[in-house]
Design a protein around this ligand. Structure first.
Ligand SMILES: Cc1ncc(COP(=O)(O)O)c(C=O)c1O
Ligand SMILES: [Zn+2]
Length: 406
């Protein structure tokens, strides 16, 4: 008998399991999703709560509030981007600015929920396979929880991300290989040593954190769903979770019908296996063996949730598009110079794909559009400097410097 308010359910065969340290179905190896016994909720339930994503506690998979490991993440600004909107011909464009989370990416959402669940399950260590951002998000939450943290990441990611994760005290394992190599090793070590690897053996709970994006956006829009949602995609976990979040709000009657929303997946050229499959009208994602893109945080050649993203795009009449390195870097500058938001290349991918989708005529001028900016530009300055001119050093002389001000 299931006594907790959540259970786990196989996404494929629907078999149910008691909540615990498990993530795949014993019968069909399908991924397990968290299923809830939701209490009655109203808009007022949330109105005076703390400004973090833990305000949605009833919709998250932690049984006891005492197990929450929080560092103040979530409730990030939903910026009405009128300057950028004007340039693109959109009257109702919003940027969900998750670059201002405590570890400067959206990964504080899934990592925080997974580390909290690891604490609740009594695990003695956590970890992650990371393209860079999850490393710091997991390490910071682990530090707060007093748990050791093992990070498995490709060796060629941005230095700022490595410095950040090391500073939080992570045991940082720089793998000489791709993200998929790091992921495979993390899975084996996690399972054999009982380590809660947040995005692998804790994945059912991990993705629940990303769902809070939809709760916040809906609440910030006065409990409405956007017409179009543009999401940067690596493994596909976030896009899938955003859909689940909106659907759950409909289940608990906080949103009306969400079936008319559109989801748009954004990937970088050089690692766009989901976009490739979408454009070929295929249901299977063919892995990219050696990803090569400036958007290192999206360099996941074999996306775990790729097949499910394709299903979501079909379900929500969506689309998928890619951008090359130059387009990504140009989009970073466009966002910075119109809205004052400085993003890393993953955010450049979503802005650039937004631009292309408008040009393709798929978004109308008056549609309500939310574009996700998921990581901070300070994490990838070496890439961004490639499109900027390094300032010349000028002698501290008023005459010489006055000339530079003209
Ligand atoms: C900044 C940023 N945006 C987007 C993503 C993609 O998220 P997902 O792997 O859930 O598709 C990542 C993944 O690492 C990321 O770091
Ligand atoms: Zn199953």
């Amino acid at each position: 008998m299931i006594l907790t308010r959540t259970s786990l359910q196989c996404r494929e065969c629907k078999k149910e399991y008691e909540t615990g340290f498990r993530y795949v179905c014993d019968d069909c190896f399908g991924p397990l999703d968290v299923k809830y016994d939701f209490p009655a909720l109203t808009k007022e339930t949330f109105s005076n709560r703390e400004h973090t994503y833990w305000r949605y506690f009833e919709l998250l998979p932690i049984e006891s509030k005492s197990n929450i490991v929080g560092i103040g993440a979530g409730m990030t600004p939903l910026v009405k981007a009128d300057n950028l909107g004007k340039k693109l011909g959109l009257n109702s464009l919003y940027i969900k600015n998750d670059s201002v989370n405590p570890t400067f990416s959206f990964k504080d959402r899934p990592a925080g929920v997974a580390v909290s669940k690891a604490k609740e399950l009594g695990l003695s260590a956590v970890g992650c396979a990371s393209t860079g951002n999850l490393a710091s998000a997991t390490a910071a939450h682990a530090a707060r929880a007093g748990l050791p943290c093992h990070v498995f990441a490709p060796s060629d990611i941005e230095m700022a991300k490595i410095a950040q994760a090391l500073s939080y005290g992570a045991n940082y394992i720089a793998v000489d290989g791709t993200y998929d190599d790091a992921n495979r090793i993390a899975a084996q070590i996690g399972d054999s040593r009982g380590i809660g690897v947040v995005n692998i053996n804790m994945r059912s709970h991990y993705v629940e954190g990303s769902k809070t994006f939809s709760y916040e956006v809906a609440e910030q829009l006065g409990w409405h769903v956007p017409d179009h949602t543009i999401v940067p995609v690596g493994s596909g976990a976030m896009l899938n979770a955003i859909c689940k979040g909106f659907e759950e709000l409909q289940t608990v009657s906080l949103l009306d019908d969400v079936s008319n929303m559109h989801m748009i997946a954004a990937q970088p050229h050089g690692c766009a296996p989901i976009v490739d499959a979408f454009k070929k009208n295929s249901k299977e994602v063919v892995p990219v063996e050696n990803p090569d893109t400036v958007a290192k945080s999206l360099a996941i050649g074999d996306p775990g949730d790729g097949r499910y993203v394709l299903k979501r795009l079909e379900q929500y009449d969506g689309s998928a598009e890619e951008s090359n390195n130059q387009e990504i870097l140009d989009a970073i500058l466009l966002l910075a110079q119109t809205e004052g938001i400085f993003t890393e290349p993953a955010g450049g991918v979503s802005i650039s794909v937004l631009q292309k989708t408008v040009e393709q005529g798929k978004i109308d001028a008056n549609d309500k559009v939310v574009c996700y900016v998921t990581g901070n530009g300070l994490k990838a300055t070496e890439s961004i400097m490639k499109v900027l001119k390094k300032p010349a050093v000028i002698k501290a002389d008023i005459g010489e410097i006055s000339a530079a001000v003209d």
